[in-house]
Design a binder for this molecule. Structure first.
Ligand SMILES: Cc1cc2nc3c(=O)[nH]c(=O)nc-3n(C[C@H](O)[C@H](O)[C@H](O)COP(=O)(O)OP(=O)(O)OC[C@H]3O[C@@H](n4cnc5c(N)ncnc54)[C@H](O)[C@@H]3O)c2cc1C
Length: 271
C-alpha cells in the first residue's frame, strides 16, 4: 500500500514517521518550498511525548525541550492563585516539554528525510484538488510558486494533514463554513535571556478576556549566534477584541505592532 500525506506540518511528518515504523511506505506533499524554523513556543503534552519516544526520538526531544514542571496561575495584579503540576511531576510516565515549535518541526523533517529518504518529502507541492475516477483517488498537485500543474498522484490512501484550512477536508465537506472566530488575538514574542520562576514553570496571568502567558524555551540551534544565550522567554499577550474588529485571516507569521496590545498591559507589573 502506498500512502500520500498532504501537508508536512507537525501532524503530517509525525504520521509519516509512524507509517514508516509500521513498514508502510508514504510520501509527504508539502506546499512550502523550504521548511523554516517558524513559530515560537509549543507545549508537547505527555501523550504526545509518549508517541515521539516510541518513534525512537527521545534523545532528540530531550535535546530540544525543557521538561515542564508546573503551570502557575496568577491574577492580573500578580497574585498567585494556584500551581498545577505537569508531566512526570504530575504522575505521568512521560514528561511534558516546552519547546520551540520551529526547532521541533525542523527535527521531524530531518528525521523523515533520514529514515524515509529525501524523496519522501516533496516541498513546493500544493494539493489543488482531489478527483475520484474509476474507483481511484487522484490528487492534483501544483507548484506553489508558479501555479503550474505537477504530475498527479493516485495513492492507495490519501491522508489530509493540511492544517485548519484543509483542501482535503473541503473536498469531503464542500458546504462546511470557515472556522468560527472567537475574537481572541494572540501576540507572540520572545525576549532573550529572561528567566521566570524555576525556568520550568509556565505562567498564565489574567482572565479569559485578557491574558499573559510565558514560559522558557531553548532557541532553535539554527537561529543561535555564537556566544548568544540559548534560552529565551516565549510570551503571549492575549486579548478578546471588540465585535466588528477588522479581522484578517489568521497567520502565524505576520508581524505585529506593540501599539496594538502593549497599552492594555501597561499596568501589569509583577516582581
Ligand atoms: C508556520 C506555523 C507556525 C506555528 N507556530 C506555532 C507556535 O509558535 N506555537 C503553537 O503552539 N503552535 C504553532 N503552530 C500551530 C501548530 O504547529 C499546529 O496547529 C499543530 O501542530 C497542528 O499541526 P498540523 O500538522 O495539523 O497543521 P499545521 O501545522 O498547520 O500544518 C499544515 C501543513 O500543511 C501545509 N499545507 C496546507 N495546505 C496545503 C495544501 N493544499 N497542499 C500541501 N500542503 C498544504 C502547510 O503549509 C503546513 O505546513 C504553527 C503552525 C504553523 C503552520
Amino acid at each position: 500500500m502506498d500512502v500520500a500525506i498532504v501537508g508536512g506540518g507537525i501532524g503530517g511528518l509525525a504520521t509519516a514517521l509512524t507509517l514508516h515504523q509500521l513498514g508502510i511506505g508514504c510520501t509527504v506533499y508539502e506546499s512550502v518550498r523550504k521548511i523554516e524554523p517558524l513559530g515560537l513556543g509549543i507545549n508537547l503534552q505527555p501523550y504526545c511525548v509518549r508517541e515521539l519516544f516510541q518513534l525512537g526520538l527521545e534523545d532528540r526531544v530531550r535535546d530540544l525541550g525543557i521538561p515542564a514542571r508546573g503551570l502557575a496561575y496568577y491574577t492580573r495584579r500578580g497574585q498567585h492563585v494556584l500551581t498545577e503540576k505537569l508531566g512526570t511531576e504530575a504522575g505521568f510516565d512521560w514528561p511534558q516539554f516546552h519547546m520551540h515549535r520551529g526547532a521541533f518541526h525542523a527535527m521531524l523533517a530531518d528525521e523523515v528525510r533520514r529514515r524515509l529518504g529525501d524523496d519522501a518529502l516533496k516541498l513546493g507541492h500544493r494539493l489543488d484538488r482531489i478527483e475520484r475516477a474509476g474507483g481511484k483517488t487522484v490528487a492534483h498537485l501544483v507548484d506553489r510558486d508558479t501555479g503550474e500543474a505537477l504530475d498527479p498522484v493516485s495513492p492507495g490512501v490519501l491522508i489530509g494533514a493540511d492544517g485548519v484550512h484543509s483542501t482535503v477536508r473541503a473536498h469531503f465537506y464542500p458546504d462546511e463554513r470557515p472556522p468560527h472566530w472567537n475574537r481572541v488575538i494572540m501576540w507572540r514574542g520572545a525576549t532573550d535571556d529572561v528567566r521566570i520562576l524555576d525556568g520550568r514553570t509556565m505562567v498564565v496571568a489574567g482572565t479569559y478576556r485578557q491574558k499573559f502567558v510565558a514560559y522558557q524555551v531553548k532557541k532553535p540551534p539554527a537561529g543561535r549566534g555564537p556566544g548568544e544565550p540559548d534560552i529565551m522567554l516565549n510570551w503571549i499577550c492575549e486579548l478578546i477584541v471588540p465585535e466588528g474588529t477588522d479581522y484578517r485571516e489568521e497567520d502565524w507569521n505576520r508581524s505585529g505592532s506593540m501599539d496594538d496590545f502593549a497599552g492594555a498591559f501597561v499596568d501589569w507589573k509583577f516582581d
